[in-house]
Write a protein that binds this ligand. Structure first.
Ligand SMILES: *Cc1c(COP(=O)(O)O)cnc(C)c1O
Length: 365
C-alpha cells in the first residue's frame, strides 16, 4: 500500500513553460513566455534593491499598501481587491472557491492552459468550447452552459492566439450567463490594448455579483519573477478568495516592486508603444510572406501567433529560429501544430526572426 493520489489530480498535464535553451543546451533569447523585452521599470528595480535587506520578516498578509495604490490608480474600491502569487494563484482559487466534484468549468479552446489545470485541481470537469477565428465564440460558450456550470474563464486578450473580444461581446457573454455562474475575465495582456478599451472588465465587475477580473504585474510591468497578480470583484467573491489564499502569498519584494511599477506610468506607456510599433512591423513582414502560406492571427497582445500553411512547416521554422538563437512557442497539444506563438521582442530580435523566416521561404534580402 502507498498513498493514492486523487484520480482527478493524475488527469492534470503539468503546465509546460516556454523554453529558454535549445535541445543541445545552448541558451536562447526567450520569446516564448511573453515577457517584457524592455525589462523592468527602474523604479521597480530600486524597490527590489531596497527590499533585499528585509528578508527575515513576513510580508503584509493583506498587501494593504499595494491594494490601496491599485484602488487609487484604477478608481476601484480596495475592499474589492485581492492580491495573489501571480494571477495564476487567483485563477486557481476562483475555480476552487466556486467549483468542485460534479461541477463544470467552461472555457474556450486554444485559450490559457491554466484553466484546464485549475478545473481539474478542484475535482471539477473542464469543458472546452470550440473557438471561432482563434477567439472565444460567445454563442458557443453560452450554448455549452448547463445547470452544472459554475465558473467560466475568458482570457481577454487571449493567450496563445492574441485575439480580443470587443466590449459588447464580453457584455453579451456576461448577460447570457445565469447569475450564479462566476465569469472570470483574465486580463493579463489588457494593458497592451487601446486604453479606451481597458475598463470593460472593471465596469462589469463593479456592477455585477458574478464577475472577477484578474490582472498581473508579470507582463507589461516586467515583474514576472516576483509573482504578483491581483483581482477585483464583488466583496463576497473577494472574501472567498481571501479565505483560501496563502496567508503571506505576495512577498515583501513583490509588494514593494509592484507598488513602484504601478507608479511608473511612463514605463507602461513605453512598453505599450514599443509593442504596438514592433508588432505592426512584424505582422507586415509576415503578411509579405503570405504567398508562402504564412499569416499572422490579428493580435492585441505582446505576441503574435504565426500560422504556417504552405510548404514551410511550423516545426521547420521552430528549428531554424532556434538555430538563429531564439526560443518561441510551438503548441501542438492545443491544436496549434501549424503555428508558432512569438513574443514581440526588441527591434533587432524581431529583425533576426523576420530574416530567418524570409530566408526559409527563399526570399533572401
Ligand atoms: C501570463 C498570463 C497570466 C499571468 O500569470 P501570472 O501568474 O500573473 O504570472 C495570466 N493569464 C494569461 C492568459 C497569461 O498569459
Amino acid at each position: 500500500m502507498k498513498p493514492q493520489p486523487k484520480p482527478y489530480i493524475l488527469g492534470i498535464h503539468a503546465y509546460v513553460p516556454g523554453k529558454s535553451s535549445s535541445s543541445d543546451g545552448r541558451p536562447l533569447v526567450k520569446l516564448s513566455a511573453n515577457e517584457n523585452p524592455l525589462g523592468t521599470s527602474a523604479a521597480a528595480l530600486a524597490a527590489l534593491e531596497e527590499a533585499r535587506g528585509q528578508a527575515a520578516g513576513y510580508p503584509d498578509p493583506d498587501a494593504k499598501a499595494l491594494r490601496a495604490a491599485l484602488a487609487k490608480h484604477h478608481g476601484l474600491d480596495a475592499d474589492r481587491i485581492v492580491c495573489g502569487t501571480g494571477s495564476d494563484e487567483l485563477l486557481n482559487l476562483a475555480a476552487q472557491g466556486f467549483a468542485g466534484a460534479g461541477d463544470e468549468v467552461l472555457f474556450s479552446a486554444r485559450s490559457f492552459a491554466v484553466y484546464d489545470i485549475a478545473a481539474r485541481r478542484c475535482g471539477a470537469t473542464p469543458v472546452e468550447v470550440a473557438d471561432k477565428d482563434f477567439a472565444a465564440d460567445v454563442d458557443a460558450m453560452l450554448a455549452a452552459v448547463t445547470e452544472r456550470t459554475r465558473v467560466v474563464f475568458l482570457a481577454n486578450p487571449n493567450n496563445p492566439t492574441g485575439t480580443w473580444l470587443p466590449p459588447e461581446e464580453v457584455v453579451r457573454l456576461h448577460k447570457g450567463l445565469p447569475d450564479d455562474v462566476l465569469l472570470v475575465i483574465d486580463e493579463a495582456y489588457v494593458e497592451y490594448c487601446d486604453p479606451a478599451f481597458q475598463r470593460i472588465g472593471f465596469d462589469l465587475a463593479a456592477g455585477a455579483d458574478n464577475v472577477l477580473v484578474t490582472r498581473t504585474f508579470s507582463k507589461i510591468h516586467g515583474l514576472a519573477a516576483e509573482r504578483v497578480g491581483w483581482a477585483t470583484g464583488a466583496p463576497e467573491i473577494v472574501d472567498v478568495l481571501n479565505r483560501i489564499r496563502g496567508p503571506f502569498n505576495v512577498t515583501v519584494s513583490g509588494q514593494k516592486a509592484a507598488l513602484a511599477a504601478l507608479g511608473d506610468e511612463q514605463f507602461v506607456i513605453d512598453s505599450r508603444t514599443h509593442n504596438a510599433a514592433e508588432r505592426a512591423r512584424f505582422v507586415e513582414a509576415i503578411s509579405a510572406l503570405g504567398n508562402h502560406g504564412l499569416s499572422a492571427v490579428p493580435s492585441e497582445a505582446n505576441f503574435v501567433l504565426v500560422r504556417f500553411e504552405g510548404d514551410l512547416k511550423a516545426e521547420a521554422a521552430l528549428a531554424a529560429i532556434a538555430e538563429a538563437g531564439y526560443a518561441v512557442r510551438h503548441l501542438p497539444s492545443q491544436g496549434l501544430g501549424d503555428a508558432l506563438r512569438i513574443t514581440i521582442g526588441k527591434s533587432a530580435d524581431m529583425d533576426r526572426i523576420t530574416a530567418t523566416l524570409r530566408e526559409l521561404c527563399g526570399e533572401t534580402a
